[in-house]
Structure formats: structure tokens, C-alpha cells
Design a protein around this ligand. Structure first.
Ligand code: LAG
Ligand code: CA
Length: 495
């Protein structure tokens, strides 16, 4: 389940958090296919609760399922199908955020206190009642007989049983050991597979037993052969937050797909913030520090939709500007794991929902609008990190580096440079003074444009030009706290 199922030349996933299906379809056609993005992670497509909280609808309603009907804040089933078709047609795969651990928060029920559901399904999450007729689930579908309370902070250190059987922040905890529950969940996944998705990001896998996830995954069909070829299994990445010292570890999930490697973003963010030395990241890979398993085991990212909302995020986010650019660029340049780029909306409050048209419209999500330089217009409320010039150029860099090992690694204090064998070269200078040196780039002779602060545009460089000699060497100056990145995708007179 660890194969990405992307085109071999498209190596980066983007999480279009809270985007509408119609907007994602356009984004696949107009942008993603041109910038090396191989897959898009979408917000949960199933029916979820609706609420009005302080005259807004928080983003996290998407993590409170009411049924597996494909009607959500992002759009209808027909819009979802159209988006999947259009993205696949241009070689961009769809990865679905699947919420299988739980249903709504205990006590939530349709009609009470302005709570509703996106497809108008009835539901009653009153403690002990717990009915979701549109699935259907009833009280025995839930884990109350094993644990009838919330997960406590101390459980995380002491008890894998409680982490997996008790309620996560009051959310009614499904019993994935129950055969009828397994059948409902696999049916949901199979419906999406029939629609043409490439795989799943499993929400809250830390809170489900690997021994239950495996049989559910084994109940899934092969992917559509007309899109993916014969006998292709779905991609799976499990949301397991494991930064060490807990009862549940990411190692528990190694044979059922990849896991979300939060240790990678922490390490790179520490360097970007100046708390750690960039030099040490030349060892960032299997066995580095805690929790970094093999290349095919990990989905790497700098920030995600949860930790970017922390009060003092331990990772860098779009709010960190240049530090963030540097962190994401390093992730995309370095040869480890399957990288995911976060694409956010601007927020001040951590509950704040996506840009929308207000209560009168049912808080209907607004579309992004675009500037002439292809970035998103900040007035539309969308950050679109994936469209930032550096990040979209580094996604191209990643594409041409696909399958090429890191080579010719050069380190000095707080400096790191490396090639991706015959395809690309990257140098990061974390000191404040210039770094001038002859580097072995491994690239064919020619002129290459820096694609960190510029790009190849109309066969010319908009920023620094790097000349590679017949021996693959180039003299390059990297300014203080700067990066130079060149690749086959930024070659003047390139193929
Ligand atoms: C996840 N990964 O394992 C998601 O990435 C994360 O965003 C989800 O939490 C979580 N697991 C459950 O799917 C989010 C918010 C929570 C929110 C929850 C359900 O971070 O704050 O809880 O989704 O909507 C909300 C309220 C809680 C309340 C709960 C139940 O914030 O105060 O207890 O609903 O009513
Ligand atoms: Ca659970």
C-alpha cells in the first residue's frame, strides 16, 4: 500500500485543504499538471455536521462524519466525480482523507442547537443512543463496551488500548473490530476507488488498531485498471502523530502503507528557525533521530493543517515567510520519502473556517482568485503555498530528480549542498556571509537558471545563472541565508 500511484515524473503531493471540488478540477488542469504535482490530498468528502459557531463554520466540521454520502462543504458527488475525472485526465491523482475512527462528537444531534448535516441525514449522537441511519450505524457499532470515556493525556504514554478504544476529543469511537463496521468502511473506500481515486490519507490511524486496518484495506478493490493499469492496490498513508515517548508508535503501521512522518518537518523546521544546524540534515533519512523509517515508509511534510494551528507551532508555516520557503525547498530537493506540500487559507483563529460567503449562504466556500504571476490573490483568502514561485519551481526540481540519489554532498557549519545524480543541484547557506565554491553539480554542461529566487522564463534566467562546465563543475556563490537550486527543468536551451 506504499506505492504512490502517481506518474513517475510527478513526485509531489499537494494538500488543497478545504478547496471545493470544482476549484480542484480547474487547478489540476490549469496549474498542477504544469508544475510537477502528482497528486492532491482532498478534504474529507463524506457527509458531515454543519454548525454555526460565532457566525462562522469551523474547518473541523469535516472531521465529524454523519454518513458516507458524498455531499460535503466541498461539493456534491457529481462534482467530486467530475473533479476526479478531470484530474486523472491530466495525470494528477486524487488522495482522499478518510475519516474511519469516529463519527460526530458525543451529544451532537441533528436539529439541536442549530446542528445539521450536509445531506440532511438524520443522526443522534446522544451518549448511548448513537444512531446514524444513513450508514447505518447504531450503538453496538461503537466502542462504548471497551471504553466509555475520552482519551486522557496520560493514556498517550501508558495505554495503546485507551488511545485506540476511547473517544478522541469526545468523538464517538467506531469499533473497527466489528464486521458490520468493517463492511461499511470498506464499502465507502470501494465507492471512491470506483470513482477513480488513487488512495487514502487515513485520519487518526493512531487511534485505530493496525490489526483492524489491515483487514479493512484487504477488503478494498484494486484501483481502476483503465486509469492505473492491472492489479494496482490503493495508496495508503496513516495519520500517526509519533514524535517519541508514546504507547502507539509509527512503527506499528509499517506493513499497511506509509505513515505521516512528523519528525521530518520538526527537524527541517528547527534548522529553518536557526535552532539546529543545516549540516546535520545531510543524515536526514532512514534512522535519523527518532521515527524516520525507510524511504517507502514515509510521507514527509513541513506543516499540516493541524500543527500550523498550534499556539506556538513547532514547525514553520506560511506565516514564517522566507524560513518556510527554505524548509519546503529543502524537503523537495532532498531525496527522502514522498513529499506533501501544504496549501492553506489565511487564518487568525484556529477554528476559523475557509473563506466563505457568510451565514446567508450557509458559509459557502469561496473560490481562489489568481494574480498575473500565478500566485493566489490574498484578498480571496487563500494562501496557495503550492503556487509560490519558489515552491512551484522546487516541485519541478523534484520531478526531474525522481529516482536520482543525492550525491556529492558538501557540508560546512550550517551549510549543505548536494546533487541529484545528473538531474539537479541544490545549495543552502545558513550562514550570514557568502559561500563561494567550485561544486560538482553532476549536471551536463550548459547554463542553468536558479529556480529558488527565479526561474527559466522564455529561455532566459530571471535571477542567477549558473554555468556548468564539461566536467560537471560550476563556481557558485550562495549569499547568506540563501539557496541556489538548478536542474534539468531550469536549463537554458534545455531539452
Ligand atoms: C485528525 N487526525 O488524526 C485530524 O487531522 C484533526 O484535524 C481532527 O481534529 C482529528 N484527527 C479528528 O478527526 C479536528 C479538530 C478538533 C475537532 C475535531 C472534530 O482539531 O478540534 O474537535 O476535528 O471536528 C471538535 C471540537 C472539540 C470537540 C469535538 C467533538 O474542537 O472541542 O470536543 O469537536 O464535538
Ligand atoms: Ca478508535
Amino acid at each position: 500500500y506504499d506505492r504512490t500511484n502517481t506518474l513517475s515524473s510527478r513526485q509531489t503531493m499537494v494538500h488543497l485543504f478545504e478547496w471545493k471540488w470544482t476549484d480542484i478540477a480547474n487547478e489540476c488542469e490549469n496549474f498542477l499538471q504544469n508544475y510537477g504535482y502528482g497528486a492532491v490530498q482532498i478534504s474529507p468528502p463524506m457527509e458531515h455536521i454543519t454548525i454555526n459557531q460565532n457566525n462562522d463554520m469551523p474547518w473541523w466540521v469535516r472531521y465529524q462524519p454523519v454518513s458516507y454520502k458524498l455531499d460535503s462543504r466541498s461539493g456534491t458527488e457529481a462534482e467530486l466525480q467530475d473533479m476526479i475525472n478531470r484530474c486523472n485526465k491530466v495525470g494528477v491523482r486524487v488522495v482522499v482523507d478518510a475519516v474511519m475512527n469516529h463519527m460526530v462528537g458525543v451529544g451532537e444531534r441533528q436539529g439541536a442547537d442549530g446542528v445539521g448535516s450536509t445531506a440532511n441525514s438524520a443522526f443522534d449522537g446522544t451518549d448511548g443512543v448513537e444512531t446514524f441511519p444513513s450508514v447505518p450505524y447504531a450503538a453496538p457499532s461503537f466502542n462504548d463496551q471497551r471504553c466509555h470515556r475520552d482519551i486522557q493525556d496520560s493514556d498517550y504514554q501508558n495505554s495503546a488500548e485507551n488511545v485506540r478504544n476511547c473517544r478522541l476529543v469526545g468523538l464517538l469511537d467506531l469499533d473497527q473490530g466489528n464486521q458490520a463496521v468493517r463492511t461499511s468502511l470498506a464499502g465507502y473506500l470501494n465507492k471512491l476507488i470506483d470513482m477513480g481515486v488513487a488512495g487514502f490519507r487515513f485520519d487518526a490511524s493512531k487511534h485505530m488498531w493496525p490489526g483492524d486496518l489491515m483487514p479493512i484495506l484487504n477488503m478494498t478493490k484494486n484501483l481502476r485498471s483503465d486509469i492505473f493499469g492491472a492489479n494496482v492496490r490503493p495508496f495508503a498513508v496513516h495519520e500517526v502523530i509519533d514524535r517519541g515517548g508514546e504507547a502507539v508508535t509509527c512503527g506499528d503501521y509499517l506493513n499497511i502503507g506509509r505513515y505521516t512522518n512528523f519528525n521530518f518537518g520538526a527537524a527541517v523546521s528547527n534548522a529553518a528557525k536557526g535552532y539546529a544546524n543545516w549540516q546535520s540534515l545531510s543524515h536526514l533519512g532512514p534512522g535519523y533521530s527518532y521515527g524516520n523509517y525507510e524511504d517507502h515508509d514515509v510521507l514527509n511534510f513541513i506543516d499540516n493543517h493541524d500543527n500550523q494551528r498550534d499556539d506556538n507551532p513547532y514547525v514553520v508555516t506560511y506565516k514564517n515567510g522566507d524560513q518556510y520557503r527554505m524548509a519546503v525547498a529543502f524537503m523537495l530537493a532532498w531525496s527522502y520519502g514522498y513529499p506533501r506540500v501544504m496549501s492553506s487559507f489565511y487564518f487568525n483563529d484556529h477554528n476559523q473556517g475557509p473563506p466563505n460567503n457568510g451565514a446567508g449562504s450557509g458559509f459557502a466556500t469561496r473560490s481562489p482568485t489568481f494574480n498575473p504571476d500565478l500566485t493566489c490573490n490574498s484578498d480571496s483568502g487563500w494562501v496557495c503555498e503550492h503556487r509560490w514561485p519558489t515552491i512551484r519551481q522546487m516541485s519541478l526540481f523534484r520531478s526531474v530528480s525522481s529516482g536520482r540519489a543525492a550525491a556529492e554532498v558538501v557540508t560546512q557549519s550550517n551549510r549543505i549542498a548536494f546533487a541529484r545524480e545528473s538531474a539537479a543541484f541544490f545549495a543552502l547557506n545558513g550562514q550570514s556571509g557568502d559561500w563561494t565554491q567550485t561544486f560538482q553539480t553532476t549536471l551536463p554542461p550548459g547554463e542553468y537558471c536558479d529556480q529558488y529566487n527565479g526561474a527559466l522564463d522564455n529561455n532566459q534566467c530571471t535571477s542567477l545563472k549558473v554555468s556548468v562546465g564539461f566536467d560537471g563543475k560550476a563556481v557558485i556563490t550562495i549569499k547568506g541565508n540563501q539557496v541556489v537550486a538548478v536542474s534539468q527543468a531550469s536549463r537554458v536551451d534545455g531539452p
